[in-house]
Design a protein around this ligand. Structure first.
Ligand code: ARG
Length: 478
C-alpha cells in the first residue's frame, strides 16, 4: 500500500518536472500548453532588466539575513551566487533554459543551480509582483539617466551651430508663410529650450520602493522594507502594498517625457527635410547624413530627418499602449502588466536611436546664409511690414490703425510688383500722415532683427547672451 503510494508520488513528480521543468507548476498534473507558454513568457523582453533584478535580489537576500529570516551564512551564499549570475549575464555566458519564463525565474533558477539548497530560500517573503515593480522602477531610473545624457548631447550640437552660424538672418514662418526676419541662433535655441522643457518629464528619481509588497498583500514574515529600500537607493518603502504591485504610473510618466522628446526631435526632422529641399536651400546635409536613390543618381535625400519624424510614432504609440494596458484593470496584479516592458523598451530604444541620429545630422550640416538672406530680402515677401506698423506705433498711432495703413501699402506695393521700400515716400504719407522719410531706416532686415531686443526676442545681442547662458549650463565653451 505504502509502496504503491510512493510510486504514484514519484510518477507525479516525474511528470511535473518534464518537459518545462517549471518551478511554478506544483499544483498542476501536467505541463503547460505550448501556445500558452509562448504568450506567457517574457524572458526575451525582460532579460534586459538583469542588473536591476539581481540588485533587487541582493538587497532582498541581505535583508533576509539581517532579519534572521535566513541564516547570515545562507544570505552570504545567496549574495555571492547572485554576483556570479550577474557575471554570467555581463560576459554573455548566461544560458537560458525553457524553464526561464521571465528574468526573475531565470535568475533564481541559475542561482539555485550554482549554490544549491540556499537558492530555494531567496523567494522568501517576496513575489514576482513586487519584484518586477521594483525592477521596473530601478530600470526607469537608469533609462532616464541615459536618455538625459543623450539629450544633452543633442542640445550641445544645436548650441555649437548657434555659436557658429547664429547670426545668419532668415525668415521665421507662421502657417509656413514668411512672417518676420529672425536670426538662425534664435531658431536653434528654441529647439534647445523645447528639449529642456521635455526633459522636465524625462527625469526620474527613485522614491517609493515596492519590494516587500509581496503579491500585493504584504507578508507575515518579519521583513525590513526600510532596509531594502535604502539598499536600492529608494527614499522609502511604498506605503501601500496593493498600489505597489498594481501601478505602472511611473513608467507611463517617464514614457510621457520620452514621447515629448521624440515629438520635438520629429520637428527638428521636419525642419531639416524642408530646409534641405532646393525650394528652401537653407541647409546642406553632409554626405554621411545623406542617402541616395535607387533610380535617380542625383538624389541627396534626408532619410534620417524623415525617420526622426516617423520613429516618434513608436514612442507616442508606446505611451498609448502603456496607458491602455492599465485601463480598466481592477485593483491588483494582472499579467496584462507584463506588456508594460515591451512598451517601455520600444519607447526607449526608438528615442535613443533618434537622439543618436539627430546629433549626427546636426554635426554634419552646413547652412546657406545667402539663401536664407534671399528669402528675407525677396521684396514681395513683405517681411518688414510689421516694422513699418511699429514705426507708426512709436509715433503714437494706435496699432490697429497702423496695421490698416501698412496693409494698404502692401496692397499697393504688390500691385506695382515692388517691396515696401520700393514705394515713394508720398505713398507712405498718403497711407498715414505720421509716416516720414525715416521709415526707410526701419525697412532693413538687419535693423529689424537688431531692434527686436524685447526679452526673449531674436536680436543678435539677445541670442549671444542666450548662447553663453546655455554654454554654461551645458558645460561647453561658448
Ligand atoms: N513577468 C512578470 C511581469 O512582467 C512578472 C510578474 C509575474 N507575476 C505573476 N504573478 N505571474 O509582470
Amino acid at each position: 500500500m505504502a509502496a504503491r503510494k510512493k510510486k504514484a508520488a514519484k510518477k507525479r513528480k516525474a511528470k511535473k518536472a518534464a518537459p518545462d521543468g517549471d518551478l511554478l507548476r506544483g499544483r498542476f498534473a501536467g505541463g503547460i500548453h505550448p501556445a500558452l507558454d509562448r504568450i506567457n513568457r517574457s524572458f526575451e523582453v525582460d532579460q534586459r532588466m538583469w542588473p536591476q533584478d539581481i540588485a533587487g535580489s541582493i538587497a532582498h537576500a541581505t535583508m533576509l539575513g539581517a532579519q534572521g529570516i535566513v541564516t547570515k551564512a545562507a544570505a552570504r551564499r545567496m549574495v555571492r551566487g547572485l554576483q556570479a549570475v550577474a557575471a554570467e549575464f555581463a560576459d554573455g555566458s548566461f544560458r537560458a533554459t525553457p524553464a526561464d519564463e521571465d528574468i526573475h525565474m531565470a535568475v533564481e533558477r541559475r542561482l539555485t543551480e550554482l549554490i544549491g539548497a540556499d537558492g530555494a530560500r531567496l523567494h522568501t517573503g517576496r513575489s514576482r509582483n513586487d519584484q518586477v515593480a521594483t525592477d521596473l522602477r530601478l530600470y526607469l531610473a537608469s533609462a532616464s539617466e541615459s536618455i538625459v545624457t543623450w539629450v544633452r548631447q543633442v542640445q550641445r550640437a544645436l548650441l555649437a551651430l548657434a555659436a557658429r552660424d547664429g547670426e545668419l538672418i532668415l525668415p521665421f514662418y507662421t502657417h509656413l508663410q514668411r512672417a518676420q526676419p529672425v536670426v538662425l541662433g534664435h531658431v536653434l535655441l528654441a529647439y534647445i529650450e523645447m528639449l529642456e522643457r521635455d526633459l522636465a518629464a524625462a527625469h526620474y528619481e527613485l522614491d517609493e520602493c515596492p519590494l516587500g509588497a509581496g503579491a500585493g498583500a504584504g507578508t507575515s514574515l518579519p521583513i525590513d522594507r526600510r532596509l531594502t529600500a535604502r539598499l536600492l537607493g529608494f527614499k522609502r518603502p511604498s506605503p501601500n502594498s496593493l498600489e505597489a504591485v498594481s501601478s505602472r504610473a511611473d513608467a507611463a510618466r517617464l514614457v510621457g517625457g520620452f514621447a515629448a522628446l521624440a515629438v520635438t526631435l520629429s520637428r527638428v526632422g521636419g525642419d531639416l527635410v524642408l530646409w534641405s529641399s532646393r525650394e528652401f536651400g537653407f541647409v546642406r546635409l553632409g554626405d554621411a547624413v545623406s542617402t541616395g536613390s535607387s533610380i535617380m543618381p542625383q538624389k541627396r535625400n534626408p532619410d534620417g530627418a524623415e525617420l526622426l519624424r516617423a520613429k516618434a510614432t513608436r514612442v507616442t504609440g508606446a505611451l498609448q499602449r502603456l496607458y491602455e494596458v492599465q485601463r480598466g484593470l481592477p485593483m491588483g496584479y494582472f499579467k496584462d502588466l507584463q506588456e508594460d516592458k515591451t512598451a517601455l523598451f520600444e519607447a526607449e530604444d526608438a528615442l535613443e536611436e533618434m537622439l543618436e541620429v539627430a546629433e549626427a545630422m546636426l554635426q554634419n550640416i552646413t547652412f546657406d546664409g545667402d539663401r536664407m538672406r534671399a528669402a528675407v530680402d525677396e521684396p514681395l515677401g513683405f517681411m518688414l511690414a510689421t516694422e513699418a506698423a511699429d514705426f507708426l506705433v512709436r509715433k503714437g498711432v494706435p496699432f490697429r490703425e497702423a496695421h490698416e495703413a501698412v496693409g494698404a501699402l502692401v496692397r499697393e506695393a504688390e500691385a506695382q510688383g515692388v517691396g515696401l521700400d520700393g514705394l515713394a515716400l508720398e505713398r507712405f504719407k498718403a497711407a498715414h500722415g505720421k509716416f516720414d522719410r525715416s521709415v526707410f531706416g526701419v525697412l532693413t532686415a538687419d535693423g529689424a532683427v537688431r531692434a527686436r531686443r524685447a526679452l526673449g526676442g531674436p536680436s543678435p545681442a539677445n541670442v549671444r547672451r542666450q548662447v553663453s547662458r546655455w554654454a554654461k549650463r551645458l558645460g561647453v565653451e561658448a
